[in-house]
Each structure stands twice: as structure tokens, then as C-alpha cells.
Design a protein around this ligand. Sequence first.
Ligand SMILES: O=C(O)CC1=CCC(=O)O1
Length: 91
Amino acid sequence: MLFHVEMQVNLPPDMDPERAAALKADEKALAQELQRAGTWRHLWRVVGQYSNVSIFDVPSGDELHDILSNLPLFPYMDIQVKALTRHPSAI
Ligand SMILES: O=C(O)CC1=CCC(=O)O1
């Protein structure tokens, strides 16, 4: 199943910069592992925002929830998910 996921990152302005850098590095490592595995199909920056639009390919919403809730930045993100299905006019 494909899912469209929008993640808005809201790090507290007073977060220790080293803690923020470590979270971002951990997030990057996991995101790249999931991209290599074909699970995180697309990862796009939204211009002008600390947010991304992503496409995930996972067997179920439960599995997507597990992935998203284990992201290092999860406690600091607002996440919106849309399940996708094939458009009948798609070629
Ligand atoms: O910067 C972001 O949009 C949050 C994020 C997702 C994967 C990653 O490496 O950073």
C-alpha cells in the first residue's frame, strides 16, 4: 500500500543544539535505511518549510504507524497521512 505522508517538524527553539543535531543525524540514518529498503519511496522537502512530503510503501496502516512512531523526530512532528490507491486514469 502506498501512503502520502506530510511531516512538519517543530523542534523547540530552546532545544540543546547538540541534542537537535543528534536527533537529525539519527533521523537521517533511519530514513536512508528505509529508502534503501524501498519502504520510504520518496522524500521531498516542502519549499520554505521545515517539513517534508513522503511516499511510503508498506503492507498496512499498522506497519506505517510503527515506522512513523519510531522515527527519532516523531515526538516533535505533526504528521498527516493519506492512503493512496490507483487512479483509474493512471497509465
Ligand atoms: O527534515 C525533515 O523533514 C525530517 C526528516 C525526515 C527524514 C529526515 O532525514 O529528516
